[in-house]
Design a protein around this ligand. Structure first.
Ligand SMILES: [Cu+2]
Length: 146
């Protein structure tokens, strides 16, 4: 009887897996070995319910969703300059993230949540040239090249 009770308790722990949701940290940097104006890492694969925290490792940056590059119905996020925001992402899909002042310089990153396929409209057609180039490069490097 005691064994049966433990088995049930163990099963309920497994079902409540979101308790183990993780927080992933992303540095916002003026430069790293790959070039200027970068998120590090610039690609994350996380589970639904995980949190991403953007660290103001060097000043002058923020993190915001790119319009048209988030799952349908997701309202997006917009951090202020130097603000260390934490965003919890529940919806499966691909999220494009940009630094507002350095978007034109290609300061972007991608977050894949859950077991999502790359949307055909990714990256969006209206992103600045250098941002598009970096989005393409990130996708290519992580096995999502077209
Ligand atoms: Cu920036």
């Amino acid at each position: 009887m005691r064994i049966a009770t433990s088995a049930i308790m163990f099963a309920s722990l497994v079902v409540s897996a979101p308790v183990f949701a993780e927080t992933h940290e992303v540095k916002m940097l003026n430069r790293n070995e790959t070039g200027p104006m970068v998120y590090e890492p610039d690609f994350l694969e996380i589970a639904p319910g995980d949190t991403v925290k953007f660290l103001g490792t060097t000043s002058g940056h923020n993190a915001a969703t790119v319009e048209g590059m988030a799952p349908e119905g997701y309202e997006g996020f917009l951090g202020k300059i130097n603000e260390e925001i934490e965003v919890t992402l529940d919806r499966q899909g691909f999220y494009g993230v940009k630094c507002s002042p350095h978007y034109g310089m290609g300061m972007v990153m991608i977050i894949r949540v859950g077991d999502a396929d790359l949307p055909a409209s990714f990256p969006a057609s209206d992103v600045p040239e250098r941002a598009k180039k970096r989005f393409d490069e990130i996708l290519e490097r992580n096995g999502y090249g077209k």
